[in-house]
Every structure is written in C-alpha cells, then in structure tokens.
Design a protein around this ligand. Structure first.
Ligand code: CMP
Length: 138
C-alpha cells in the first residue's frame, strides 16, 4: 500500500477563501504535505485530468468549472493516505457528507465540491505526477 494521495482545492473553495482552513484540517488530520502549488488548469488540461469521466453527462460542466479559476494541488503523505483522506473530505455530494468533513464544511454542491481526493493508490501516483515533477516531490 502506498502512503501518498493527491488532492486539489477546487476553484469554488479557492475563490471563497478556504485554502488556509482546508490546509489546516489536512495538517490536523496528520497528513504531511509532500508537494504543494497554486496554479490554474486550461480547459484542455482539466479535460485530460478528468478523462476517465469523459462519457459522463457532467463532464462538460466539470471541465468548465475546474478551469474557471485557480486551484491548489498537493501530494499528501500518511499511513493509509487514500482511504483516510477520503474520510476526511466526505462524500462527493456535500448533502451526503458527514458533519465535520471538508466537503460538509466548505462544498457548495456535487459539482462545486471544494476538494478532490484520489480514489486509489494507482490514481494518486498518476494524478500527483500530472502536476509535480520528481524534483518537486519530497
Ligand atoms: P472529484 O472527486 O473531483 O471527481 C470527479 C468529479 O465529478 C467529482 O469530484 C464531482 O465534483 C464531479 N461530479 C460528480 N457527479 C457530478 C454531477 N452529478 N454533476 C456535476 N459534477 C459531478
């Protein structure tokens, strides 16, 4: 099992001023930040990142939203990182997220849901490498 996951703080949470609060919750939950950057995705890059969802009805909306503003990308390290991080962020739809989770606190809707978290060790590696070179990961 890998001990790393990948996250993005999405344009809604960045625009609403929640970067600091979200990073604080991540630290408080015991994750070490192994890489971090604020950047912006072009529509083309957002489409590439979410290519696995290309056939979904919400794909166009997802790509448009994810390229609508700045995001914060990070690689996080902790034992059982993928699973523990998904618990910390809560369900994809904030309406179904547990109290105290990042999405419950900061997400607006299933599309504008504040944060992304990798769903497997394999995707964590792929997604982290989408944003960070080996030199940037520590
Ligand atoms: P994320 O974990 O980043 O992975 C895929 C994203 O697609 C997901 O979070 C949601 O933000 C988005 N998504 C999933 N279902 C819907 C939906 N029904 N409408 C809009 N966006 C969605």
């Amino acid at each position: 099992m890998s001990n790393r996951t990948f996250t993005m703080i999405k344009p809604d949470a960045v625009a609403n001023g929640h970067i600091g609060a979200i990073l604080e919750k991540i630290n408080a939950a015991g994750f070490r930040i192994a890489a971090l950057k604020m950047t912006r995705l072009s529509a083309e890059k957002a489409g590439e990142f979410y290519a696995v969802h290309k056939e979904r009805p919400f794909y166009g909306e997802l790509v448009e939203f994810m390229s609508s503003g700045h995001i914060v990308a990070a690689i996080l390290e902790k034992d059982n990182a993928v699973e523990d991080f998904r618990k910390l962020i809560g369900a994809t739809n904030p309406a179904n997220a547990e109290p105290g989770t990042i999405r419950k606190l900061y997400a607006e809707s299933v599309g504008r849901n504040a944060v992304h978290g990798s769903d497997s060790d394999e995707n964590a590696e792929i997604e982290g490498s989408f944003f960070f070179s080996d030199l940037e990961k520590f």
